[in-house]
Write a protein of this length. Structure first.
Length: 228
């Protein structure tokens, strides 16, 4: 997480943090996910014994909090722990970490997003790795994309690790939906923004060849001392 923050810090992004117990309004509704929206099925939510509150399912609610508290231009990095009602196995966890980014200004474009993510990929995985955008779907961005990097195992030739596609998805991104900008208190006719979000464990898995998420939470010194 510190290395991710250092890379984006070169481009003027500053860290903002928020509560792990979030309200439904900020976690879902202000992110263009109303109560009856089918996209809620994408998040296995853990609710707490306080009306309309939950353990946050993503760090995206911080987009709203940052926009409501700060005037553009905004370059915010939003790291933190998130929670899902998941059966724990090698590739799933009930708690994990995300880093989200938000940039809002006049005239912000998908080209700015692509250039920033290309630079992040080069810094994290090496300058020789190709990248690509694929169409994606997130309720709070439009258009939405998946950002892929050339397979770190086979170099793009195709292998089981990349399902023989030659590509690995490292994050999701897109232009901030006008409804989300309005909930953040901004005029979507004047301001445009983009957002991106990544799972920190996934970045680490790809970087270091870690095959089991549970290793991060077991406090096994044989595992942890490899990363000094």
């Amino acid at each position: 997480m510190a290395e991710i923050a250092e890379i984006f810090g070169r481009f003027g992004f500053t860290i903002h943090e928020g509560p792990e117990v979030e309200d439904d309004l900020t976690n879902f509704q202000m992110l263009n996910i109303p109560l009856d929206h089918p996209a809620r099925d994408l998040w296995d939510t853990l609710y707490v014994d306080v009306p309309n509150h939950l353990l946050r399912t993503h760090t995206s609610p911080l987009q709203i909090r940052v926009m409501q508290a700060h005037e553009p231009p905004i370059r915010a990095l939003l790291p933190g722990r998130v929670f899902r009602y998941e059966a724990v196995d090698a590739s799933h966890a009930s708690e994990f970490f995300q880093v989200e980014g938000l940039m809002v200004d006049e005239g912000t474009t998908m080209g700015d997003l692509r250039g920033l993510l290309d630079e992040f990929s080069r810094a994290m995985f090496g300058r020789d790795k190709r990248t690509r955008f694929r169409p994606g779907y997130y309720p709070f961005t439009e258009p939405s994309v998946a950002f892929d990097v050339e397979c770190l195992v086979c170099g793009g030739s195709g292998c089981p690790a990349c399902s023989r596609t030659g590509w690995m998805t490292i994050l999701g991104a897109g232009m901030v939906h006008p409804v989300v900008l309005q909930y953040g208190g901004l005029d979507p006719e004047r301001f445009q923004g983009f957002a991106f979000g990544m799972g920190v464990e996934r970045i680490s898995n790809l970087r270091h060849g870690v095959a089991d998420l549970r290793l991060y939470l077991e406090n096994d010194l044989h595992f942890l001392e490899q990363f000094r």
